[in-house]
Design a protein around this ligand. Structure first.
Ligand code: ADP
Ligand code: MG
Length: 396
């Protein structure tokens, strides 16, 4: 990796502002943390800083308060969970900038941990306001960015602040970047890209960028319908993006010119209604009934995808194969997740929903890497330089 990391800089006795990604899912009814993976993923950097006698000032957003104080998006429960996981006391601040926080920071001793209040309570955070960034920077001597999941956003705590402090990457950031860089520039081949999810338009840049780099492209999920339609097949009520038909055709043609296998589902699970309990049928994708929706890939497609993916040394997966939120339509997605977990190949899971499914099925440890940043990993695979990474110091 070309960026300086926390190991390349002296942190002993220094005040370190650590931008972490503690944006965990909260239970809508109780407000409790429903999955603390992101907090756990931040622990190596926090432990390193504590062990190396830094004064650790943590900053992370939580949810989308849109520039005002939202009581149930305060950081206190996160600090509490962090304290449990670290086995150390963790203090909190009533804000992330200003006099009171500055004096609190002044009392920190080596190895102490302070969690700042949600920076998105201030509209200046998402606006990447320079004055606000300067106020954040005033709290510390060094800035460490470990928030890969927010690195695609140019906000004050991810980009602005790096202009005023020496800025380096944390261990999670380093790991995510190493995996993604390897995937793009030096993967073990054959390399397959398996894409699903709702819309072609969400992943068009990803498809375009990866088409040139992969040895095989497999498309399932809702977006497959647009590709089927552009080949002249009936897709019934399936969601398609008719303004993307030309582009879908172009991608298929490009793949053909380069003799790059571009696999679409050969059969599908269809239902007349998208709801739990709806009767379903399995049909060939050349024969989708006009009154039905494609809700999942079918068993023959699953077998086809298995047999192709088995040939690959590296597989990146982004997006579910069906409307997995309804258990009846989740078979394709769950089968693919289980299958990938058994392979002796490099398996990289990006995409929020795909990562969530893998996590929920308890397969995270059986994959090579499950990204903590759905949006950020998507941007990365599109070939975009992430602003939160760009501002970090280059390795000499
Ligand atoms: P990820 O977060 O993994 O990148 P996306 O956000 O692109 O995935 O897409 C996830 C959504 O795609 C899910 O809500 C799922 O219901 C939807 N989806 C998958 N297959 C279909 C389908 N056949 N029809 C409609 N929606 C689908
Ligand atoms: Mg998503």
């Amino acid at each position: 990796m070309s960026k300086t990391t926390v190991e390349d800089i002296e942190v002993n006795g220094k005040k370190v502002l650590l931008r972490a990604d503690f944006n965990v899912p909260l239970n809508i009814n109780t407000g409790a943390i429903s999955d603390d993976s992101r907090i756990r993923a931040s622990l190596p950097t926090i432990k390193y800083l504590v062990d190396h006698k830094a004064k650790v000032i943590l900053c992370s957003h939580l949810g989308r308060p849109r520039g005002r104080v939202v009581e149930n998006l305060r950081m206190a429960p996160i600090a509490q969970r962090l304290s449990q996981l670290m086995g150390l006391p963790v203090s909190t601040a009533s804000d992330c900038v200003g006099q009171e926080v500055e004096s609190k920071v002044g009392t920190l001793k080596e190895g102490d941990i302070l969690v700042l209040e949600n920076p998105r309570f201030h509209p200046e955070e998402e606006a990447d306001d320079a004055n606000f960034a300067r106020k954040l920077a005033r709290l510390a001597d060094i800035y460490v960015n470990d928030a890969f999941g927010t690195a695609h956003r140019a906000h004050a705590s991810t980009v602005g602040v790096a202009k005023y402090l020496p800025a380096v990457a944390g261990f999670l950031m380093k790991k995510e970047l190493e995996v993604m860089e390897r995937l793009l520039h030096n993967p073990e081949r054959p390399l397959a890209c398996l894409i699903g999810g709702a819309k072609v338009s969400d992943k068009i840049e990803l498809l375009q960028n990866m088409l040139r780099r992969v040895d095989m492209l497999l498309v399932g999920g809702g977006m497959a319908a647009t590709f089927l339609k552009t080949q002249g097949y009936e897709v019934g009520y399936s969601l398609t993006e008719d303004d993307k038909l030309g582009l879908a055709k172009k991608l298929l043609q490009e793949a053909e010119e380069w003799k790059m296998p571009f696999l679409l589902p050969i059969d599908a699970v269809v239902a007349e209604e998208i709801k739990a309990g709806a009767p379903t049928r399995v049909v060939p994708t050349t024969n989708i009934p006009s009154g039905s929706h494609i809700v999942d890939i079918g068993p023959q497609s699953i077998e086809l995808f298995y047999s192709e993916l088995r040939k690959c040394r590296t597989i990146t997966w982004n997006g579910p194969m069906g409307i997995y939120e309804i258990p009846q339509f989740a078979q394709g997605t769950r089968s693919i997740a289980s299958f990938l977990s058994t392979l002796n190949a490099t398996t990289i899971i990006g995409g929020g929903s795909s990562a969530e499914i893998v996590q929920e099925m308890g397969l995270t440890d059986k994959m090579t890497h499950v990204s903590t940043g759905g949006g950020a990993s998507l941007r990365f695979l599109e070939g975009v330089t992430l602003p939160g990474v760009e501002v970090l110091l280059d390795k000499k």
